[in-house]
Design a protein around this ligand. Sequence first.
Ligand SMILES: Nc1nc2c(ncn2[C@@H]2O[C@H](COP(=O)(O)OP(=O)(O)OP(=O)(O)O)[C@@H](O)[C@H]2O)c(=O)[nH]1
Length: 358
Amino acid sequence: MFGFFKKSPAKGDASVDTPAPAEPDIAHDVPTEPAPDVVAPAAAEPKRSWSERLKAGLARTRKQWGGGLAHMFGLRKIDEDLLEELESTLLMADCGVEATSHLIDALRKRWKRDKLETGDQLQAVLVEELTALLSPLEAPLTADTHKPFIIMVAGVNGSGKTTSIGKLARWYQSQGKKVLLAAGDTFRAAAREQLITWGERNGVDVIAQQSGDAAAVMFDAVNAARARGVDVVLADTAGRLPTQLHLMEEIAKVRRVITKADGTAPHEVLLVLDANIGQNALAQVKAFDAAAGVTGLVVTKLDGTAKGGVLAAIARQCPKPLRFIGVGEGIDDLRPFHAREFVDALFAKSETTKSRTE
Ligand SMILES: Nc1nc2c(ncn2[C@@H]2O[C@H](COP(=O)(O)OP(=O)(O)OP(=O)(O)O)[C@@H](O)[C@H]2O)c(=O)[nH]1
């Protein structure tokens, strides 16, 4: 079962100058308690394409928008009442006041300028404007500017960090990269076990310590990655709330230790946001950015929420590259964000996905 898993590191692989951590424990030991899966086991149902999964995943948000929008558009004549209804629908989908006003103003201008008449014509313009609003967020993370390319993953508790790391590891493996995981969530034992189990099953080395602090794990991981010719390091960190100031200080320290181990790193600081938090995402981006210098976002759980409009709020109020979006618990349910693909899925005809989502 654990056949792919490498045992202990070659001597000197994880040599540490300072601080002196406990001996790095390449996690080949059997976990003392059953570890939860990083992601749900492969489902028995036939494999669906990413675009099908994206459409299915966005069903709730689409219902919130589309449900309201379907009767709004069609052959209905455009008037101020229609724009007002559209405004409420966008606000309810958590687009936020700024993005909503921006979109409504743009639609009003286009209505007058292009002499639009029907709701359908207005919908086509909304698709265009929303794509234009979200496009600046589109910036896939190829992770090939450095070797090893060190990605530090941060976020509040339960946002989906550890799960996303498993999915990202699979994604980068599929791109032909050699991946190493660093179990830097030293607060939650289960997170460490999750990564270890995932690594064992997928032939990915995991740097972990039975005890010790996150900084030491990071230091070991950077050195081990160098010694083993790793392309991408995915470093987990403990969940924390922006209000927990001492923990926000700790994440700044974790970052500093990574830089100490490799002067050019971290090459990416990914903030994982749970889409269900809607507008709170903005405050989280600001707080984590101040503490750890966020360079990219992952928005998870877009499948479980009607608040997919939060991406528009992010685009308008705190634009950061949206590297990946998650639309499910399956291993392949996290993919690079593409604005047009996202908007198309949002406005897809529900018949195409209905049978799969119910
Ligand atoms: N439906 C759905 N669930 C997700 C998605 N991403 C993560 N999850 C679930 O969210 C839950 C929390 O995920 P974790 O990865 O453990 O979260 P974490 O941020 O590492 O948690 P802490 O270590 O407590 O900070 C798990 O049950 C995941 O399966 C997603 O895109 N969709």
